[in-house]
Design a protein around this ligand. Structure first.
Ligand SMILES: NC(=O)C1=CN([C@@H]2O[C@H](COP(=O)(O)OP(=O)(O)OC[C@H]3O[C@@H](n4cnc5c(N)ncnc54)[C@H](O)[C@@H]3O)[C@@H](O)[C@H]2O)C=CC1
Ligand SMILES: CC(=O)C(=O)O
Ligand SMILES: [Mg+2]
Length: 564
């Protein structure tokens, strides 16, 4: 990671410098810099501070009518002046976060070809599936040591909006922005990649403006060969980069993680990040109900990438607390679009789902059609925790939630699907149906629920609260592999964040406004675990105080540097 230096070398001059977002300071170039770097007469005469620039940029942003235009405006700022972009969002993080991320990001991705203005990263398409070619293209993105963190998507499972083809590049860029904003990754050491393997999205295929490959999505061997070529090229070109897989489709996500995670430091955000952040929120909820994790009964609705990822992390945590794996799995009921996952349907279950299949014979009374729906499962197993990662808005109905409430005093209910309109239930409804007792967290941000003169703060349970810390800790540690124990340490770290960083007594997760401090706390927990595993570079400080200082010193800040 880059340690902050007083002056850095600036390789550019004149108009080229003004057009380079990394080095550009716009009206903040001083008189001396204007002379030294050939900028005289190329800027208006007044020299401004970053604060003055921030005021103008914010006023322009605020004057825009809708969030998509605000998103486009912020993207323009990013393309012109990176420091201003990160400073602006850092100053207004809770306000702008939903604009650069979920929910507005999903609109921007759907409309990518319509709103396109400039390239956003590295586009690898399957028609150029040649290792030599791929490596040559990567050379343009930096020298071997330059890139530390890479987000790759194949765009098949973008948020809850599915296959988005080439537009998925924007999820890779958004995740990169959050790495910087939340955890201080140097944005110049980040590379977003989209794998364009075709798309089955009819709207895009019929759109004459669509910018991706207009062909059916490639699966199977050809897909795997392409991915292998990309990963090998990336590792050859940027050997130290940590790889973050994002929004792969439900069939490929887990096999891809299972294939690469034993070989290189990598992470699947939807599987592992969602699992960790949800676990941390569950720890908090369970603490509020004065119960133990091992006493909970879970129903997870949506047995795809995120659903299985959450289930696996809950199991790991229960096992860490002393439970047997089989017993832990028994406490988790996974439902997919055809209802509860049952052993009689083992043939159609994914590898990730298989450990969670329940005996069909135990549910014969509930199933006249051969399927056991959510309401029947709730009535039968009396869950204390109900999680939604199905991408199906509104499927936690009033009768389901009322049934759950009959058997548990404080139901823990997290509609985690994104964007906002795909949440499995609205927090205000959940609050109403449970008479204010439900402990709620959502995937996309929502305002507090006001009921009977009280404000109920709803925590956002989104992997964005964890992957920036996991990612930067992995980069700092130079770990050989990201271990399950490091992930559990991240969940513990997030759950044990000092209370000052929470919006209210009963918040399940810290407040976004304190994300940098929270992230330091989580990185510390992960690095301690990496040290304990001997999974760390020698330069990582062993002493706790020195480790905390080192973590902070290695954060990138949006401030203008002096140019030598
Ligand atoms: N809050 C967070 O941090 C995260 C939220 N998510 C959200 O979770 C949702 C799912 O994402 P992924 O797991 O990546 O997608 P996925 O496509 O891998 O999984 C979704 C699963 O839901 C199932 N499903 C569809 N209709 C259903 C129904 N009526 N009842 C039960 N299951 C049903 C599908 O068959 C599929 O297996 C998305 O909306 C996504 O935005 C995903 C990752 C992180
Ligand atoms: C948050 C996230 O990663 C998703 O919804 O896919
Ligand atoms: Mg995702």
């Amino acid at each position: 990671m880059s340690v902050q230096k007083k002056a850095i070398s600036c390789p550019l001059k004149g108009v080229e410098l003004l057009r380079n977002a990394r080095y550009n300071k716009g009206t903040a170039f001083t008189i001396a810099e204007r002379s030294k770097f050939g900028l005289n007469s190329k800027l208006p005469p007044v020299v401004e501070t970053l604060d003055q620039q921030l005021k103008r940029a914010y006023d322009q942003y605020a004057s825009l009518g809708d969030s998509l235009h605000k998103h486009i405006f912020l993207s323009d700022v990013f393309e012109t002046n990176q420091t201003l972009f990160y400073a602006l969002i850092s100053h207004h993080l809770p306000e702008m976060y939903p604009v650069i991320y979920t929910p507005t990001e999903s609109q921007a991705i759907k409309k990518y070809s319509e709103i396109y203005r400039y390239p956003n990263g590295c586009y690898f398409d399957i028609e150029h599936n040649d290792p030599k070619y791929l490596k040559e293209q990567l050379a343009d993105f930096g020298n071997p040591d330059d890139i530390q963190y890479i987000v790759i998507t194949d765009s098949e499972g973008i948020l809850g909006i599915g296959d988005q083809g080439v537009g998925g590049i924007l999820i890779s860029t958004a995740k990169g922005h959050l790495m910087t904003l939340c955890s201080g990754l140097d944005p110049n050491r980040f590379l977003p990649i989209v794998l364009d393997v075709g798309t089955n999205n009819k709207d895009h295929r019929q759109d004459p403006k669509y910018l991706g490959l207009n062909k059916d999505r490639v699966h199977g061997e050809e897909y795997s060969r392409f991915l292998d070529n990309v990963i090998h090229s990336v590792k050859e070109k940027f050997p130290n980069a940590f790889i973050h897989f994002e929004d792969f489709g439900r069939v490929d996500a887990k096999p891809v993680l299972d294939r690469y995670s034993p070989k290189l430091p990598c992470f699947n955000d939807d599987i592992q990040g969602t699992g960790v952040v949800t676990l941390a929120a569950i720890f908090a909820a369970v603490r509020l109900t004065k119960n133990k994790l091992g006493d909970q009964t879970f129903i997870i609705v949506g047995a795809g990438t995120a659903g299985v990822g959450v289930a696996d992390r809950v199991v790991s945590s229960m096992v860490k607390e002393g439970m047997k794996v089989e017993d832990a799995r028994q406490r988790i009921y996974l439902l997919d679009k055809d209802g509860l996952l049952l052993d009689k349907n083992a043939d159609s279950a994914t590898d990730g789902q298989k450990p969670y299949l329940k005996k069909a014979s135990d549910f014969s009374e509930e199933s006249s059609s051969g399927q056991v729906d959510l309401e029947s499962t709730v009535a039968k197993v009396h869950p204390t925790v109900l999680l939604g990662v199905s991408g199906q808005g509104g499927i936690f109905t009033e009768s389901i939630v009322r049934e759950m409430s009959k058997h548990t005093d404080q139901p823990i209910i997290f509609p985690l699907s994104n964007p906002t309109d795909l949440m499995e239930a609205k927090p205000s409804d959940l609050n109403e149906w449970t008479d204010g007792k439900a402990l709620i967290a959502t995937g996309s941000p929502v305002p507090p629920v006001k009921r009977n003169g009280r404000d109920y703060y709803i925590s956002q349970c989104n992997n964005a609260f964890i992957f920036p810390s996991v990612g930067v800790a992995a980069v700092l540690s130079e770990c050989k592999r990201l271990s399950e124990e490091m992930l559990l340490a991240a969940a513990d770290g997030l759950a044990s964040t000092p209370k000052d960083y929470f919006a209210s007594e009963d918040s399940l997760l810290p407040d976004l406004g304190h994300v940098r401090e929270v992230s330091r706390h989580v990185k510390f927990a992960i690095l301690k675990q990496a040290l304990a595993e001997n999974n760390c570079a020698d330069h990582v400080p062993r002493d706790e105080k020195a480790l905390r200082e080192w973590i902070e010193k290695n954060e990138w800040y949006a401030e203008y540097k002096d140019y030598a």
